[in-house]
Design a protein around this ligand. Structure first.
Ligand code: NAD
Length: 255
């Protein structure tokens, strides 16, 4: 029975992924702030390290699939927290589980990014540079100073996608696949909070995919579970948009 570790397991996309994996016969170890197998706060180093320790103990040091869904959206007022969860809550877990994945069967990891990573301008913020330099204190301080959740959110999703791709050579050589799924609008509590936000609500509601709707969490979970599975055995280092056409709408000449 494959062992799969899922962060953000209590809600939205993460919960849908857990359900599919369980239906496929996996042993699933969910990590979240509450209502999970392993309770941990991924916004802080101690929480990340305790999650890694507890999971490795339960999984006996062998993980087949790692799926990192936990994240915060633009409705969160503390921009430093967005950076800590969305970037460092992913990078530290990828590093912390790498050895256990190498011990796994057809091992792979999937990071949940976002189509927000291709919004014009998000790639050249200084916060992105500090995240990619692995300097959490500086990235958090700067994100708080700029105090723009769009910069923090889009920047964290761009940086986390770049960081995952930067690992492609080393992870590929180690036999561990690593990919990013970039959803568009997914009908979850995170999106609902953004839609109701006094500043960003209208823009969020008006940002509609060419397919004319948001996706159900299960539709994104399908893509994640496929990428994580041995059926996607030659897909590695890619960012797969599951966004109803938003990326093509924003930047048709980039792929
Ligand atoms: P959600 O709010 O339903 O689920 C997110 C989960 O992450 C929650 O269970 C939450 O408790 C957990 N989490 C947040 N902070 C945490 C912390 N400090 N420690 C541990 N767990 C924490 O949201 P969702 O829409 O399912 O989001 C899942 C991922 O998808 C996120 O990374 C999000 O950025 C990304 N995403 C969502 C959308 C969308 O429209 N919903 C679009 C693009 C990308």
């Amino acid at each position: 029975m494959p062992t799969s570790v899922v962060t953000g397991s209590a809600s939205g996309i993460g919960a849908a992924v857990c359900e599919q994996l369980k239906n496929n016969g996996h042993q699933v170890i969910g990590i979240d702030r509450a209502n999970a197998d392993v309770i941990a706060d991924l916004s802080i180093k101690e929480g990340r390290q305790s999650a890694i320790r507890e999971v490795l103990c339960r999984a006996e040091e062998k993980v087949d699939q790692l799926i990192l869904c936990a994240g915060l959206g633009v409705s969160v007022t503390n921009c430093g927290l967005i950076v800590s969860v969305n970037y460092f809550g992913v990078s530290e877990l990828l590093d912390g589980f790498f050895k256990a994945l190498q011990a796994g069967e057809s091992p792979s990891a999937v990071v949940v990014g976002s189509v927000a990573s291709v919004q014009p301008g998000v790639d050249d913020s200084l916060v992105v540079e500090k995240m990619l330099n692995n300097d959490e204190a500086a990235a958090v301080a700067l994100a708080k100073e700029i105090n723009d959740p769009m910069v923090a959110y889009g920047g964290s999703k761009y940086a986390v996608s770049v960081m995952a791709r930067q690992k492609a050579v080393a992870w590929g050589k180690a036999g561990v696949r690593l990919n990013v799924v970039a959803p568009g609008a997914v009908e979850t509590p995170l999106l609902q909070a953004a839609k109701e936000h006094p500043t960003y609500g209208e823009a969020t509601r008006n940002f509609v995919a060419p397919l004319g709707r948001g996706s159900r969490p299960e539709e994104v979970a399908d893509v994640i579970c496929y990428l994580a599975s041995p059926r996607a055995s030659f897909i590695h280092g890619t960012v797969l948009f599951a966004d109803g056409g938003m990326d093509a709408m924003i930047r048709p000449d980039r792929f």
